[in-house]
Ligand binder design. Structure first.
Ligand code: ADP
Ligand code: MG
Length: 341
């Protein structure tokens, strides 16, 4: 596996071809302002969208799937992917826990979870051995979605963990002792490969790597993959990279499709066919303490995360996305998979 990519080509060369959206700054198609912009109107709209896209009967895994969302680069869409995939899976009918393992607490914020310094948090779980059940909070807007928040205390945990017993497997132990039934646990990692990320890799079975479609997209990935190999070899034999998700995909640029092609060449089937478009709605949602699924359920960002969640759920039970779509016809929006062969 190469650790870097030499992606030639200008950064902003527009290319004719399939487009997600009409022209404009934001390439995503957003929902027109709702006729009834009230909480009830919103809730009704959400319900309609969720029912329309959630596809009743989407398979739930037999055992809890623990997915580590990792990439030591900052700003590639780890947190955005964690919270929006988690909300999508919950809207598909699953029970989902988000573990916020980044001291910044962005996932907690995006899920509307209070995480000021006094709130019981994942720090207490890792460092003070507090049971996970004592820090998990339900996410108000989305049934079946829960969050173990991070507070600023977690910033000290990288250092404090060093001297503790079983420092690499404290999260794994906490998750194993957690008795609530869950279909998925998604762990949002900080942008580093320190002990917090190692704890996530020891606790999980699958690694999901979000890759931003930009120059140097693959730089540093070799290091992450080597860490995954090390953890698999020494601490967690079941760990594997199961999923690559292309984020902030901008169909107007040749660069984005070049990066997508490069990523496919390296990772093949692990790359989801659905890519996530760059969308203003996705970036706005966290400031309202919401995922894009509740903030603007009809936006291209919401629909693409629902579609990505569907792919992940199907892959988990060995159903081919292609076969399914051949079967149900062009039910999904073809724009969702644009740029992907
Ligand atoms: N698909 C997207 N469209 C627009 N903005 C996005 C998208 N995905 C992420 N962002 C924005 O990019 C920034 C970095 O994303 P984030 O998920 O916080 O990355 P990370 O967790 O890897 O540091 C945030 O401001 C986020 O709102
Ligand atoms: Mg983050």
């Amino acid at each position: 596996m190469r650790s870097d990519a030499n992606i030639a080509g200008p950064m902003t060369d527009p290319v004719p071809g399939p487009r997600t959206e009409s022209t404009g700054e934001d390439v995503s198609r957003e929902t027109p302002p709702p006729m009834d912009d009230t909480p009830i109107g919103r809730a009704a709209q959400l319900a309609v969208e969720a029912l329309g896209r959630a596809g009743e009967g989407l398979p739930r895994p037999e055992q809890t799937r623990i997915i580590v969302v990792a990439n030591q680069k900052g700003g590639v869409g780890k947190t955005t992917t964690t919270v929006n995939l988690a909300a999508s899976l919950a809207l598909h009918g699953s029970r989902v826990l988000v573990v916020d393992l980044d001291p910044q607490g962005n996932a907690s914020t995006a899920l509307g979870i209070d995480h000021h310094a006094e709130v019981p948090s994942i720090y207490d779980v890792l460092v003070e051995s507090k049971p996970l059940s004592e820090v998990v909070q339900p996410v108000v807007d989305v049934e079946g979605l829960f969050c173990a928040p991070a507070t600023i205390d977690l910033a000290g945990a990288e250092i404090e963990l060093v001297s503790l017993v079983a420092r690499e497997s404290r999260l794994q132990r906490a998750i194993q002792a957690y008795e609530q039934p869950l279909d998925y646990i998604l762990i949002d990692c900080p942008p580093s490969l320190g002990l917090l990320t190692v704890n996530a890799l020891v606790a999980g079975q699958e690694v999901l790597i979000p890759i931003q479609c930009e120059y140097y997209a693959l730089e540093g990935l070799g290091q992450l993959l080597r860490n995954v190999d090390l953890v698999r070899g020494h601490l967690n034999p079941t760990l594997h990279v199961s999923t690559i998700l292309l984020t902030m995909y901008d169909g107007r640029t040749r660069l984005a499709s070049q990066v997508a092609e490069e990523v496919r060449t390296h990772f093949g089937d692990e790359v989801l066919r659905t890519s996530i478009p760059r969308s203003v709605r996705i970036s706005e949602a966290p400031s309202y303490g919401q995922t894009v699924l509740t903030y603007d359920p009809g936006s291209s960002g919401a629909l693409s995360y629902l579609e990505a969640a569907r792919e992940i759920a199907l892959k988990g039970v060995g159903v081919s996305y292609d076969a399914l779509h051949a079967h149900i016809g062009a039910q999904s929006n073809p724009n969702m998979v644009e740029g992907i062969q």
